[in-house]
Ligand binder design. Structure first.
Ligand SMILES: [Ca+2]
Ligand SMILES: [Ca+2]
Length: 215
């Protein structure tokens, strides 16, 4: 039995012997007290994530990208930020950026990415929203494969890249998530960044189910 067959057999056994609660299959949606409807298209959210996959099967492609609800313009209505990946160097096919959608207050959203100054390519992983300069407008920190980025909200519907001026430039890594919190309680948000593993395309670990092809 090769490794693939072993894993499939072990997984099947685990499923068949696991105690699956009956409620997992017995509750109709109406019994939950709410119902979710897919309004993505109706809301005007036209977005397709690009992992950059070209066949090399690189580790970051498996993680996807984060998103955030934030009221970036302070009108009391939640706006949407969707992160994106990008094509890998040497495999450029298209230009992909993160996207910011402004809430139109009627169930629809408008793509304001370019107007807001966020028409930027990066290999985004996660996003942490916080008003780090206490001006009343939420700022954005995006964790990336490579250089993570800090964008300061100008309060005028735009963002400026504050990665250099904040001292965060040069800290390259494979950062996945982050958190704004005031750890020393001085009234100013501090930043906690989580890094995943030491990685580069050249050192991507070869993993295989059949022993010959990369999985
Ligand atoms: Ca808003
Ligand atoms: Ca701010």
């Amino acid at each position: 039995m090769n490794r693939r067959d072993f894993l499939l057999a072990a997984f099947g056994t685990a499923i068949s012997t696991a105690a699956v609660p009956t409620w997992a299959f017995a509750s109709p949606a109406s019994a939950l007290g709410f119902h979710l409807t897919d309004v993505t298209n109706a809301a005007g959210l036209q977005f397709l994530h690009n992992s950059g996959a070209y066949g090399g099967k690189l580790l970051p492609e498996t993680l996807g990208s984060g998103c955030a609800f934030l009221d970036y313009d302070g009108d009391g209505w939640q706006d949407i930020l969707l992160l994106n990946g990008m094509d890998w160097p040497g495999h450029k096919r298209q230009r992909c950026t993160l996207r910011l959608y402004r809430n139109n207050r009627n169930g629809t959203f408008t793509d304001v990415t370019r107007i807001a100054g966020l028409d930027i390519e990066l290999y985004g992983m996660g996003v942490a929203v916080g008003d780090y300069n206490n001006d009343g407008f939420p700022d954005i920190f995006i964790t990336c494969v490579g250089q993570s980025r800090l964008f300061r909200n100008t309060g005028k519907g735009t963002f400026v890249d504050a990665t250099h001026s904040s001292g965060l430039f040069g800290r390259q890594g494979f950062s996945t998530s982050a958190l704004w919190f005031d750890y020393d309680r001085d009234g100013l948000l501090d930043l906690f960044v989580c890094n995943y593993v030491r990685w580069s395309p050249e050192h991507d670990v070869f993993c295989s189910l059949d022993g010959s092809h990369k999985s």
